[in-house]
Design a protein around this ligand. Structure first.
Ligand code: ZN
Length: 601
């Protein structure tokens, strides 16, 4: 005899078999035990969570000939056997989707008028009841208003909102929950044990914990789907069911691919991230599936980060994978993990209709691998306020030679803390001890960044030609004296009055000196794109002319490449803050006008 499908064999026959619906079964059990059972029930919940199964158990319990004080049906009396086999005349099961008209309901009313044949109750189970037509509901309502004493209705639906209030209000409602993955997996392992000990009819197979979790995960909280998936894997005929087999049979991508791509993202290595992405693609993984899997991977890392204790219930992974997921999230802030998750999720949209979905995923992965750490909005505001104070406040602070403050700044790599940068970490306020704080996100050597200028120590020699890519022609006849330095400071101060953000950007670049009729400024591409924009260039020009007393051009030259250590120090500078703020606000910069400044870029 061919083995029965596990789905049928392990369909719950008593309330105790129902997994993850204790809140429902306890109330139903109490009602049955006290003999005060409602005449109309509404079972709601996602598909496959046990609504119809529970309805059948309830029908059996109501009519069981052997049930005495308890709630559970015996499963062996005529009534129980007939109901389980679906041949009982007292239990009517109707699919609301295919019997949705008024004629069907009228027919139903005829059928249920008479007393039950064998048991004590006639039970009408209407599945997907929300699909009934309005007329049918009206007809049903008449019966519901004055039901014969022997009649019990059980309505099941995935969509209770679509039921008329008049129907809903006349039912006792039970919301079936999705079953936690761990509980589904445990049930699958239990099924395996029971099969193993059933020498006569049982299917003999081994099931690893990881495989059980994977199948449970595939079921998305539906016990029925999970057991059905187990059936499918068992029918592959392998003695040992492990994760590899489950992935193959159910078509679940190899999660190692996600660990590798995510690993490269977490180590902020765009080159490796691309390589891993392509390796997964070449293995035959669909880009859309990859994107979905990546989003879920980051979600898992985030969940375990936010709630390391209870996160295990929400993440379908073996203990080894859980440990690895936790490890991947180390050193990352929740907000950044959330952004990674969002990037992966958002990449899926354009991929849907794209002929080249991989391209979108590549872009997303590159963006992920070069993500700047976000700081909290509070930190941003604190820093802007500190900056404003500094700019507007003491003239000494505003006009002190910027270069003098530089050593303090480069000496404080740990000053940028997780979520909040203390005002003490701002430049020019003295050297902070270089101790990284616990939440500090380490700088990445591998991240490709536009070179940024590094403030150097002495005012008179703010640059060394050897260390920067300045063309020799500029470097040779550059003049930088106190007059030029003061005029530049004045320019910044005036720009600050007009456009605080632009001023802040100017603060961050390095004055090289005057070469001929142009001021030479060293900056990276990011700063150049802001300062040399059509919107800002005229402002800088005007203020330069005012400060220098004559029209003067300005030339942007490349800043010198920064080392990771310098970069760490510079993480404290304002520009990344703005970038991060832009991320946080989806590209919109906060209007600071209300605080006395002008609208910024
Ligand atoms: Zn019975």
């Amino acid at each position: 005899m061919a083995p029965r499908a596990l789905t049928l064999k392990y369909r719950p026959q008593v309330f105790a078999d129902l997994v993850g619906q204790d809140h429902v079964t306890s109330v139903l059990t109490a009602a049955l035990e006290s003999g005060r059972v409602a005449q109309a029930f509404l079972f709601t919940g996602a598909r496959g969570v046990g609504k119809t199964t529970s309805a059948r158990i309830l029908a059996k319990a109501l009519n069981c000939q052997n049930r005495k004080s308890g709630a559970e049906p015996c499963g062996t009396c005529n009534s129980c056997v007939e109901i389980a086999a679906g041949v009982s005349l007292d239990v009517l099961e109707i699919d609301g989707a295919s019997n949705r008209g008024i004629a069907d309901v009228q027919q139903l009313r005829e059928n249920v008028r008479f007393a039950p044949t064998g048991g004590r109750h006639r039970v009408v189970i209407i599945d997907e009841v929300h699909q009934l037509s309005g007329d049918a509901f009206a007809a049903l309502l008449k019966t519901l208003e004055e039901p014969p004493a022997h009649l019990v209705f059980i309505f099941a639906t995935t969509d209770p909102q679509k039921l008329p209030d008049t129907i809903r209000s006349r039912t006792q409602r039970f919301d079936f929950a999705r079953v936690p993955i761990r509980r589904v997996a445990d049930r699958l392992l239990e099924i395996q044990k029971r099969e193993s000990s059933d020498a006569a009819e049982g299917v003999q197979f081994e099931l690893t914990d990881g495989a059980a979790l994977l199948i449970a995960h595939k079921g998305e909280g539906s016990m029925r789907d999970a057991v059905s998936a187990l059936d499918q894997v068992v029918s592959a005929g392998e003695r040992t069911i492990d994760e590899a087999l489950v992935r193959r049979v159910l078509g679940i991508p190899d999660h190692e691919a996600y660990f590798r791509v995510a690993g490269a993202v977490f180590s902020r290595d765009p080159k490796s991230a691309l390589q891993q992405l392509h390796a997964a693609f070449e293995k035959g993984l669909d880009p859309r599936e990859l994107a979905e899997g990546l989003a879920e991977h980051f979600r898992n890392v985030l969940v375990l980060k936010v709630d390391p204790e209870r996160g295990h219930d929400l993440v379908a992974a073996s203990n080894e994978d859980l440990a690895q997921l936790k490890q991947q999230g180390e050193g990352w802030a929740d907000t950044d993990l959330l952004r990674l998750m969002r990037l992966a999720a958002e990449a899926q949209w354009p991929m849907r209709d794209s002929a080249q979905p991989l391209v979108h995923l590549e872009a997303a992965v590159l963006q992920m691998a070069t993500l700047e750490p976000a700081e909290s909005v509070a930190a941003l505001i604190a820093r802007l306020e500190a900056l404003e104070k500094r700019l507007a406040g003491s003239p000494a602070a505003a006009s002190a030679p910027r270069t003098a403050a530089a050593p303090a700044r480069t000496a404080a790599p740990g000053a940028r803390t997780h979520g909040f940068a203390a005002p003490a970490s701002l430049p020019a306020l003295g050297a902070a001890p270089a101790v990284p704080s616990p939440g500090f996100t380490p700088p990445r050597a591998s991240e490709p960044v536009a070179p940024r200028p590094v403030p150097t120590a002495t005012p008179r020699a703010p640059f060394t030609p050897a260390a920067m890519s300045t063309p020799a022609a500029i470097a040779d006849d550059v003049t930088l004296d106190e007059g030029v330095a003061n005029a530049w400071k004045q320019t910044i101060a005036r720009v600050n009055e007009r456009k605080r953000m632009l001023g802040a950007f100017l603060e961050e670049i390095r004055l090289v000196g005057v070469a001929g009729d142009a001021l030479v400024l060293a900056m990276d591409d990011l700063h150049r794109s802001v300062i040399d924009s059509s919107e800002h260039r005229p402002i800088v020009h005007e203020e330069l002319a005012r400060a220098f007393g004559r029209p003067i051009e300005f030339r942007c030259t490349a800043g010198e490449p920064v080392t990771p250590a310098q970069r760490a120090a510079q993480a404290d500078s304002l520009k990344p803050m703005i970038d991060r703020a832009m991320e946080v606000f989806d590209g919109e910069v906060i209007d600071r006008a209300g605080r006395g400044g002008e609208r910024s870029t």
